[in-house]
Design a protein around this ligand. Structure first.
Ligand code: G4P
Length: 295
C-alpha cells in the first residue's frame, strides 16, 4: 500500500521554511518521541545547514522511557543537542528554554562584544503536522491557542513571543511534510495519528501495529486486552481482541472496523502503555539521523 495523501507542495514548503530560517538563530526541531525518525522531515538537515538546532522528543509521556534514553544517546553521539519534553503537561519545557538559551549564548556574546547587546536571539519550532508544535508554543507562551499555519511551510506574518531574556520565539510554527517515502515510517505515522484516518487503509495499519506491538511490547498488549496468549498471526490477535471487547455484528461475526478503531484509539491514548515504535536498529545507516535518504 502506498499512502500518498500529501499532494506535493514540498519544494514550496521548503522554500518558505528556508525564508523563515533566515531570521532564526537557533531552530527547534520537534519530533514525536514514539517515532523520532519516522516523524522527522527528510529534508530538515539540508534546510538547517549549519544553523544551531535542538531535537525535541515531544510526547515523551507516551514513549518508552528506555527508548527515550537510547534515542537521546543516538542524537548526542551524532553531535546533536536533544531533549525530551511533554508539551501537554509541561514536563521538560523549562529545560528546553534553558538549552536554547545556552545554545544562543555564543551569539549573544558576539553581539555584546560588538555593542549590540539588546538584540534578541530568535527561535522557531519546526515539525510535521501533529507532533505538538502548537501545544508547545502555547505552553511556552502560557496561553491557549497558537496561531497555526494551515499548510506545510506557510507562515502568517511574523509575530514573536518573548520566552526569556534576549530570547524570542516565532509565534507560528514551521510546518513540514511527513516522511512517506518508506512503508515502515508511513505506517507508523498513520498509527500515531500524524496522518489523517481518512487516507489510510485501517486494516493494514492496525495489522502492522499489532504485529510490531506483539514483537516488542507483547506483555503490554496482552495485559491491556486481557489476553492469555497472543495469536499466531496479528490477524488472530486482532480477532481475539475484538472478541474480548465484544465487537461483534448481528450473527456473532466479528466487527473488524470497530476492532481496528478501538485498538488504534487505545494505542494513541497510551492505554497500551508507554510504547516506542521507532527503534534505532530499524533504520539502515543511510537513513541515520534525520533520515536523509531522499537526495
Ligand atoms: P501540531 O501543532 O504540531 O499540529 O500539533 P498539536 O499541538 O495540535 O498537537 C497534536 C496532538 O498532540 C494534540 O492532541 C495534542 O494535545 C497532542 N500533544 C501535543 N503534545 C503532547 C504531549 O507532550 N503529550 C501528549 N500525550 N500529547 C501531546 P489532539 O488529540 O489533537 O487534541 P487534544 O487531545 O489536545 O484535544
Amino acid at each position: 500500500m502506498l499512502i500518498n495523501w500529501f499532494p506535493g507542495h514540498m519544494a514550496k514548503a521548503g522554500r518558505l521554511i528556508e525564508e523563515n530560517l533566515k531570521v532564526i538563530d537557533v531552530a527547534i526541531e520537534l519530533v514525536d518521541a514514539r517515532i523520532p525518525v519516522s516523524s522527522a522531515n527528510p529534508m530538515i538537515a539540508a534546510l538547517l545547514g549549519d544553523k544551531p538546532s535542538v531535537v525535541v522528543l515531544n510526547k515523551a509521556d507516551l514513549a518508552d522511557p528506555k527508548l527515550l534514553d537510547i534515542w537521546k544517546s543516538y542524537y548526542r553521539e551524532r553531535g546533536r543537542a536533544v531533549i525530551a519534553v511533554s508539551s501537554k503537561d509541561g514536563r521538560g519545557v523549562k529545560s528546553l528554554v534553558a538549552l536554547v538559551r545556552g545554545m544562543a549564548a555564543p551569539k549573544l556574546e558576539r553581539w555584546r562584544a560588538r555593542g549590540l547587546g539588546n538584540r534578541s536571539v530568535r527561535t522557531i519550532i519546526l515539525g510535521i503536522p501533529n507532533v505538538g508544535k502548537s501545544t508547545l508554543i502555547n505552553r511556552l507562551a502560557g496561553r491557549n491557542a497558537a496561531k497555526t499555519a494551515d499548510k506545510p511551510g506557510e507562515t502568517k506574518g511574523k509575530q514573536w513571543v518573548h520566552l526569556a531574556d534576549n530570547l524570542d520565539l516565532l509565534d507560528t510554527p514551521g510546518v513540514l511534510w511527513p516522511k512517506l517515502e518508506n512503508q515502515l515510517s508511513a505506517s507508523r505515522l498513520a498509527a500515531t495519528g500524524a496522518i489523517s484516518d481518512t487516507v489510510f487503509d485501517m486494516e493494514e495499519i492496525v495489522t502492522a501495529l499489532v504485529d510490531e506491538l506483539s514483537q516488542r511490547y507483547g506483555e503490554a498488549l496482552k495485559k491491556r486486552f486481557n489476553l492469555t496468549n497472543l495469536g499466531d498471526t496479528p490477524q488472530d490477535t486482532i480477532r481475539a481482541i475484538g472478541q474480548k471487547r465484544g465487537a461483534v455484528v448481528a450473527g456473532g461475526k466479528l466487527d473488524f472496523e470497530k476492532t481496528y478503531k478501538l485498538i488504534l484509539k487505545d494505542y494513541r491514548e497510551g492505554r497500551i502503555g508507554a510504547v516506542t515504535l521507532d527503534w534505532p536498529e530499524d533504520f539502515t545507516t543511510d537513513e541515520e539521523n534525520t533520515g536523509a535518504d531522499d537526495d
